[in-house]
Design a protein around this ligand. Structure first.
Ligand code: ADP
Length: 445
């Protein structure tokens, strides 16, 4: 592999450039016209425009991306996260054009990409899933299942993602309408009306396991706790969780087993809900690098993006499970250009003053620079600040210190920093009493 085309933008494009540079691989950033003046474009060896601002015409435009790889002589494509990262057809087309797709195989994605299918595969492998159904074929079926497992239940889009396409149902009276609405929403958002039903787990922790596979072997890099969410979207993540070692081990082993079962290649994440009794249930797999991957890197010392490159180049796993060591505690906060005082509504602008934190144990992954105009077309993530320390308590203090140093200012620009400062001070958070309803229940939001 000599040259990689990065089919993404923002902080993850920069993260991939950094990994490639250290491996001696040349980089080409594919960008829309809105990202012409972005940091990835400035720092990559080459840049190529793939279309206008709307992502449908640029970052999701498969013919343009493949042409861009061919004309720039790139022999690999890294998709990052979002956009085409979990698109099996794209991965297949790369393969057909002799371009290495840095990620899982199309077969891996087809087995696990669709949530209802992934549930079946998990059951086949003997991994516990949330009690529920396969894809629903009728309202009657939904009623029967809900009666059997008990309300509340949650309706989910098979093709769903990003916290969208979920609907909570408390009673049978609501169910029929909810099924119709959920199908309509799924069709509109994902082009696929298929939905399924799950028991609604009250106050779970969201625990996810990072895995690395080479098609034969799979190792796990332990877990991340991503329970701090708003409307099913993650805001703050940490590793390791505070669960007992035996629970952590059992979930991690189940995850590695499931990934092995499908011959998984590359980095991936298996998500679970864990109830108060320590029962765990697989909910879905993300077949890509994730936003929150740095917390795992900080506690294991393993560079996950470089690992993706090495696996894509055909290297067999160079680490044994016993060689993966966990050291200390890491926390990541997602800084979004949103106003937490006004319902987290997007609040973008030009960055006039910028000061990122530093000092021991602090890492910043961000594509911002002073003078950068944040384009309105894409998601609102503008920076990730990661704090590492020997213990959770010290990591929290270190993150507070880091956030107090951070300045991201410009006319009309608001960020989620004040929200994170409140989370870090919260007594429940400090004790580790965090569940997926933490923000709604403990932050009065
Ligand atoms: P997405 O793919 O959109 O991220 P997930 O299936 O990963 O959707 O679920 C996202 C979040 O939604 C979970 O972290 C959890 O907070 C909530 N959730 C999903 N399924 C359930 C469930 N059965 N019971 C309770 N909460 C759930």
């Amino acid at each position: 592999m000599k040259k990689v085309l990065i089919a993404n933008r923002g902080e993850i494009a920069l993260r991939i450039i950094r990994a490639a540079k250290e491996l001696g691989i040349k980089t080409v950033v594919a960008h829309s016209t809105a990202d012409e003046k972005s940091l990835p474009v400035l720092l990559a060896d080459e840049a190529i425009c793939i279309g206008p601002p709307p992502s449908g015409q640029s970052y999701l435009n498969i013919p343009n991306l493949l042409s861009a790889a061919i004309v720039t002589g790139a022999d690999a494509i890294h998709p990052g996260y979002g956009f085409l990262a979990e698109n099996a057809t794209f991965a297949e087309m790369c393969r057909d054009h002799g371009i290495t797709f840095i990620g899982p195989t199309p077969e891996n994605m087809r087995a696990l990409g669709d949530k209802a299918t992934a549930r079946k595969v998990a059951r086949e492998a003997g991994v516990p899933t949330v009690p529920g159904t396969d894809e629903l074929t009728s309202v009657e079926e939904a009623k029967r299942a809900a009666q059997e497992i008990g309300y509340p239940v949650i309706l989910k889009a098979s093709a769903g993602g990003g916290g969208r396409g979920m609907r909570l149902v408390h009673t049978e009276e609501e169910l029929e309408r909810a099924v119709q609405q959920a199908q309509e929403e799924a069709r509109a958002a994902f082009g696929n009306p298929a939905i399924y039903l799950e028991k609604y787990i009250e106050e779970p922790k969201h625990i996810e396991i990072q895995v690395l596979g080479d098609g034969e072997n799979v190792i796990h890099l332990w877990e991340r706790d991503c329970s701090i969410q708003r409307r099913h979207q993650k805001l703050l993540e940490e590793a390791p969780s505070i669960l007992p070692l035996e629970t952590r081990k059992a979930i991690a082993e189940a995850a590695a087993h499931l990934a092995r079962h499908v011959g998984y290649v590359s980095a991936g994440t298996l998500e679970f809900l864990v109830d108060k009794e320590g029962n765990f249930y697989f909910i879905e797999m993300n077949t890509r690098i994730q936003v929150e991957h740095p917390v795992t890197e900080m506690i294991t010392g393993i560079d996950l993006v470089q690992a993706q490159f090495r696996i894509a180049m055909g290297e067999k796993l160079w680490l044994k499970q016993e060689e993966v060591e966990v050291r200390g505690h890491a926390i990541e906060v997602r800084i979004n250009a949103e106003d937490p005082e006004k319902g987290f509504r997007p609040s973008i602008g030009k960055v006039e003053t910028l000061l990122f934190p530093g000092g021991p144990g602090i890492r910043v992954d961000s594509h911002l620079y002073a003078g950068y105009q944040i384009p309105p077309h894409y998601d609102s993530l503008i920076a990730k600040i990661i704090a590492w320390a020997p213990t959770r308590e010290e990591a929290i203090k270190r993150m507070e210190r880091a956030l107090s140093e951070t300045v991201i200012e410009g006319p009309g620009l608001k960020t989620t920093i004040p929200f994170h400062q409140k989370v870090l001070q919260n007594a429940f958070f400090r004790r580790g009493a965090v569940y997926t309803n933490f923000v709604a229940r403990r932050m009065e939001m």
